[in-house]
Design a protein around this ligand. Structure first.
Ligand code: NI
Length: 178
């Protein structure tokens, strides 16, 4: 097991769309173990593969951290196929340490994805899990949550984002940021 370095805002891999995963890497099981370990180590609720530098279209999320009745999921090749309603709540991100913002999201979505057993699933998510799924699917589409806030709000955190991007450019990871 290993804690993987988390790429920060400004790293090119976080700002491009990740293509669907056609074939799984041979060491996929180990990658999953490392991603869970990395996510829990940093108190995250979800983690997408490109956040740890992997050009693979999947993410992991543990909804039970917020709601004990829910499970944890591995979501491969996610596509949001419908969305309705709106909710606004505060979000943070392991790739944007020190930044939290109110982010508008759909209240309810239907997601098509593959599970670890290669089954294609269409599942409805609402409330908190819907927010996490949208946040992580955004990552895989090259977007971070600050891309979803108004340009006025973004102007207030411009210097923080600039500082993160400068650190990313000099090869720093989330663990190097205090
Ligand atoms: Ni994130």
């Amino acid at each position: 097991m290993a804690i993987l370095p988390i790429y920060i805002y400004g790293s090119p891999i976080l700002h491009k769309k990740v293509a669907p995963m056609v074939e799984r890497p041979k060491d996929f099981d180990r990658i999953l173990i490392d991603m869970w370990e990395t996510m829990y180590d940093d108190d995250g609720i979800g983690l997408s593969a490109n956040q740890v530098g992997l050009d693979l279209r999947f993410f992991v999320a543990d909804f039970s951290l917020r709601d004990k009745k829910m499970e944890r999921v591995v979501i491969i090749n996610p596509e949001i196929i419908s969305a309705e309603g709106e909710s606004i709540e505060e979000e943070g991100c392991l790739s944007l340490p020190g930044i939290r913002e109110q982010v508008p999201r759909a209240e309810k979505i239907v997601l098509r994805y593959e599970n670890v057993d290669h089954q294609v699933i269409e599942r409805e998510f609402s409330g908190f899990p819907a927010r996490v799924v949208q946040h992580e699917t955004d990552h895989l589409n090259g977007r971070v949550f600050t891309d979803r806030i108004s340009s006025l709000k973004r102007s207030f955190i411009k210097s923080k984002l600039k500082r993160l991007a400068e650190k990313a450019a000099s090869g720093k990871f989330a663990k190097d940021i205090d």
